[in-house]
Design a protein around this ligand. Structure first.
Ligand SMILES: [Zn+2]
Ligand SMILES: [Zn+2]
Length: 392
């Protein structure tokens, strides 16, 4: 799926299989999770993408071939590719262990073609081995939602009472990690989103409520995942003296001005930029211990535009993940009339057949053992949306 210009939908195109350069591996992509950053790139809020571009930076796949000098992985190894795609290892930031700030950094699915594709290449130094116990679908969201969230949590220091603003893909992972570390989690959602609040409580949040109201007690840290600048003063208001607001997104609307009183008493505001490989290794080590359960909503690769639109409008819990499968069947009229339904073994008909087929493809493509619940969305252009659920 290719982006030709900002503010245009991604287009399904045939591209040649890329060949791995020096130190790179060719990866057959199994799945790629969808990040809010992808949405910012498509919307033109991030202004320096390579064009045309294949977006996507939470890639899980298998090594197909290695370029010259690449020795870290063997053919067939399952690996993950994150946002950080290249650093020079020599600039003033790299030398201080801040490779996330590298002046020559290149990012997957932004400066480099990414994972909304059947194949991609990646510099082997920035790929991760993935923990067993996660099938491809459920591992993919760890690779950015998890990593950036983990870095944000790490920068909150030893904060005990942690507020999470915006309960999407990152927060649903980090709530579990924070809870595991013995911290107390407070989740903030859009006003009135009781479904997300319930979801947050099910993942270890001791309190969940609207972002417009004060938590039952002051927070030691507030991690903001929603791209909404107005949340910064709101989160500052919720902080105890000495507390910190960490803005975890790559883009945010303007922050409204606020009284110095909100910052006084050594409260801090900071951002999180990108990730280091150490962050990645740390999160991938802790995730199976928690164990972090990721909630995924799967789409065929060709439905990437629908996945992005659903993300923009908050239509699912957890993370959207694209599967590199192709559906060669069309639903019947009767199936199209059903807007939403559950996969029911008593049900006959073509829609059911299609979802069963999709389930088989998911299992085959994702190498699954499916664990946890997966939602499948199928969208026929210009037609009604269908979705189904399957339990692993
Ligand atoms: Zn991301
Ligand atoms: Zn550097």
């Amino acid at each position: 799926m290719q982006l030709r210009a900002a503010k245009e939908p991604l287009r399904l195109v045939e591209l040649p299989v890329p060949s791995p350069g020096r130190g790179e591996v060719l990866i057959r992509v199994s799945v790629c999770a969808v990040c809010r950053t992808d949405l910012h790139i498509v919307n033109g809020e991030l202004t320096e993408p390579k064009l045309p571009l294949v977006i996507g930076h939470m890639i899980v796949g298998r090594v197909e071939a290695a370029g010259e000098g690449a020795q870290r992985f063997a053919a067939g190894d399952r690996i993950g590719v994150p946002w950080l795609g290249y650093v020079d290892e020599t600039c003033r930031f790299c030398r201080r262990g801040l490779e996330n700030l590298c002046v020559n950094a290149r990012f997957t699915g932004y400066h480099l073609d990414g994972g909304y594709a059947e194949f991609c290449v990646a510099d082997e130094r920035f790929c991760f081995a993935l923990p067993d116990g996660y099938d491809d679908l459920h591992a993919a969201p760890l690779l950015c939602a998890g990593l950036i969230g983990y870095r944000a949590l790490r920068l909150a220091g030893d904060a005990e009472r942690v507020g999470l603003y915006g309960f999407g893909d990152s927060a649903h992972i980090i709530a579990q990690v924070a809870h595991y570390q013995g911290r107390r989690v407070f989740a903030f959602t859009s006003p009135g989103d009781t479904k997300k609040q319930q979801f947050a409580r099910s993942l270890g949040a001791e309190w969940a409520g609207d972002s417009t109201i004060a938590p039952p007690e002051p927070l030691d840290a507030a991690l903001i995942f929603a791209p909404v600048g107005a949340l910064v003063p709101a989160a500052l208001k919720a902080l105890d003296p000495g507390g910190i607001v960490v803005c975890a997104g790559i883009h945010m609307s303007d922050i409204p001005s606020f009284s110095y009183d909100l910052l006084w008493m050594e409260r801090q505001i900071r951002s999180v930029a990108n990730l280091t490989r150490r962050d990645g290794e740390a999160l991938l080590e802790i995730a199976p211990k928690v164990p972090v359960r990721t909630e995924v909503h799967a789409y065929p690769l060709a439905e990437a535009n629908t996945a992005l639109d659903d993300l923009a409008h908050g239509r699912f819990d957890g993370a959207a993940v694209l599967l590199t499968i192709c559906l060669d069947e069309q639903p019947s009229n009767a199936d199209r009339r059903d807007r939403r339904w559950r996969l029911d073994p008593r049900r006959r008909g073509r829609g059911h057949h299609l979802l069963r087929r999709l389930r088989r493809l998911v299992a085959a493509e994702a190498g699954a053992q499916l664990t946890g619940a997966v939602q499948l969305g199928i969208h026929q252009p210009g037609r009604k949306r269908w979705s189904g659920h399957l339990d692993g």
